[in-house]
Write a protein that binds this ligand. Sequence first.
Ligand code: HMG
Ligand code: MG
Length: 298
Amino acid sequence: GFPDRVTIWEVGPRDGLQNEKEIVPVEVKLEFLDRLADAGLTTLEATSFVHPKWVPQLADAEQLLEGLKQRDGVRYPVLVPNERGLDRAFAAGVKHIAIFASATETFAQRNLNSTLDTQFGMFEPVVSRATEGDIEVRGYLSMCFGDPWEGPVPASQVVAAGKRLLDMGCSQLSLGDTIGVATAGQVEAVLGGFTAAGVPMSALAVHFHDTYGQALANTLVALRCGVSTVDSSAGGLGGCPYAESATGNLATEDLVWTLDGLGIEHGADLDKLVETSAWMAGKLGRPSASRVVNALAR
Ligand code: HMG
Ligand code: MG
């Protein structure tokens, strides 16, 4: 069966915007976050404390945190790659962070200027210092299904890298289909690999990009397998600047439409989400990628 309740991990303000060429003003980002909270979402991935030259769109992370009116009951995790990023996050008063590893050699190089093995050495002090400071750490693992340079990624390689993040102290592991190539059978195989390695589905989240239109189908398979945290971005914004052919994430509205149809609780207000994404589409100057937004927006 399906879970009774799903936690939506909204990545629009971070993954959604990081790939936008035109710098979105910090006021617009803050209104976006406010509107998403108004829509009932309780996990809003706000920004990244990465090198500003690597992701210029999120170079305003300090300013954003300063202007953010944090609400009770809402988490605002931020991405942190290394100790320098953690220092910045600490200084900004952040309570939840996410580290982001690669399941493949090439993407570790391109996204982190590291290797598959040495990336863990970069994350270890981040995780230990954060958890000592009572900061919750999520671990992302990218390229869990396919890599634009290496092709299909063996499930065993994904499970081995994911286990290292969990063993390091990450409270949750989000499995990324960074370039949106995964298909349903692969999702079942990777999740089965984690089960065989003793990892409970409650420790996992799924993060599907929608390049090939498979994100929702893949999410349904993950829900059937017992996963109950799903990453999505309002309006289907998103993409990684360091991954060729990466497009937007699963749209939050498309996810909510499916969850509503199945009677699965999620706590979000679809009308407010649609209004928000239509507003954001206006700010970005192009229509939303979400089918549900386009069907419902007035
Ligand atoms: P590097 O150049 O190897 O860094 O980059 P370094 O450690 O050699 O340091 C070089 C300089 O950068 C130093 O300054 C550092 O202080 C500075 P200098 O001493 O020369 O003046 N520096 C920093 N400054 C500010 N903030 C920092 C920071 N770190 C170093 N955090 C690094 C290595 C990891 C920093 C770089 O590769 C980077 O920032 N990468 C981030 C790339 C990124 O954000 N990608 C997108 C997010 S991942 C994603 O989207 C996938 C996901 O959605 C899941 C999925 O879809 O699969 C999560
Ligand atoms: Mg992503």
